[in-house]
Ligand binder design. Structure first.
Ligand SMILES: Cc1cc2nc3c(=O)[nH]c(=O)nc-3n(C[C@H](O)[C@H](O)[C@H](O)COP(=O)(O)OP(=O)(O)OC[C@H]3O[C@@H](n4cnc5c(N)ncnc54)[C@H](O)[C@@H]3O)c2cc1C
Length: 301
């Protein structure tokens, strides 16, 4: 089994912050990410306006800057999916698609995964016009002309603004009677003439029709449907920690430390949908400093 000092799982804002801090402190970490690229969820953001000192910019630009940030400190991302983290004779062991790697410390920065839409056709069409991350539609060439966004929270509104900004006509399909987001996003969506909103929607099914797809739904107990070129659902997110031992999933989220020495959980993987980039970065820095001090302390003793 290969072994290394520090492994960081996930190259979103939390994992990138942790990786560079380790490198700056003299311990080059192994940074693993299933996509092989930096940014994580923030790559979907319409405009990040709440990161101190940073001018408002979209998530794809932040992801590009994270790539430069890693390059500056010669941190590379190893494309790999982590399937398990365990202890073996007191050592931490990471099971990944790139093999089994032992480590002195592991920082879990795996963020969240989407709550799945329970509607016939959603699984079959996933990745073929239907998705949970708007980046998939924004990176399509051409960007779909008519898009249905399912959801009524911050992410659904944010996705709608990105799509409308890219020239798509957006229909926001909202289950409740109101939007559940901050005033600024609600006002921006209301003012955007490329976005229309329908409330009280119960999604029925998704199916392919012609070049596009049809979403069927009920509205005020009447069956209706919408023909579109793309559908994105943003109906919630939950921590992506399946690879952690059961006892550590959804545990104490008050700190980045866990009950296991050398194992840290940071960013959205710790906080779920409440996460923000600033918190993720702060968590990453904190865990990196603790991890480096732990492995250096062991080396010295
Ligand atoms: C539409 C939208 C807009 C947003 N706007 C803002 C905003 O304006 N301001 C703000 O502060 N926050 C915003 N956020 C929230 C922000 O994106 C997150 O808080 C932040 O990305 C969390 O960073 P993270 O590093 O903890 O996790 P993530 O960014 O989710 O990164 C996790 C990484 O782990 C990788 N990974 C997951 N599982 C595995 C595995 N098993 N093996 C290997 N790799 C794995 C993933 O590929 C991913 O790269 C927004 C979110 C969304 C969806």
């Amino acid at each position: 089994m290969r072994s290394t000092s520090i492994i960081i799982v996930g190259a979103g804002p939390a994992g990138c912050a942790a990786a560079v801090q380790c490198a700056r402190m003299g311990v080059m970490p192994v940074l693993l990410d299933r996509t092989g690229r930096p940014g994580g969820l923030i790559g979907n953001a319409w405009s990040v306006e709440n990161y101190p000192g940073l001018e408002p910019m979209d998530g794809r630009e932040i992801s590009n800057r994270l790539r430069e940030f890693l390059d500056r400190f010669r941190v590379e991302i190893v494309p790999a999916v982590v399937s398990g983290i365990r202890r073996d004779s007191g050592h931490l062991v990471v099971d990944s698609s790139e093999g089994v790697i032992g480590a002195g410390a592991v920082v879990v920065a795996t963020g969240t995964r989407p709550v799945l839409l329970e509607a016939p056709g959603s699984e079959e069409l996933r990745g073929r016009g239907f998705c949970y991350e708007v980046r998939e539609l924004l990176e399509a060439d051409p960007v779909p002309e008519r898009v249905a966004v399912i959801g009524g929270g911050e992410a659904a509104l944010d996705y709608s603004l990105s799509l409308a900004g890219a020239g798509a006509g957006v229909t926001l399909l909202v289950r409740g009677a109101t939007l559940q987001a901050g005033k600024r996003l609600i006002d921006l969506v209301a003012a955007d003439e490329n976005i229309s909103i329908r409330y009280g929607i119960g999604i029925g099914s998704l199916r392919r029709s012609g070049e596009g797809m049809t979403v069927t739904f009920s509205s005020e107990e009447v069956e209706d449907s919408l023909h579109c070129d793309g559908v994105v659902a943003a109906i919630g997110r939950e921590t992506a920690t399946d690879h952690l031992p059961e006892e550590l999933r959804g545990g104490d989220t008050a700190t980045v430390g866990t009950g296991w020495e050398g194992l840290y959980i940071v960013g959205d993987a710790r906080l779920g949908a409440l996460g923000q980039v600033g918190i993720a970065v702060g968590d990453g820095l904190e865990a990196a400093m603790a991890a480096v001090s732990l492995v250096k302390g062991r080396d010295e003793s």
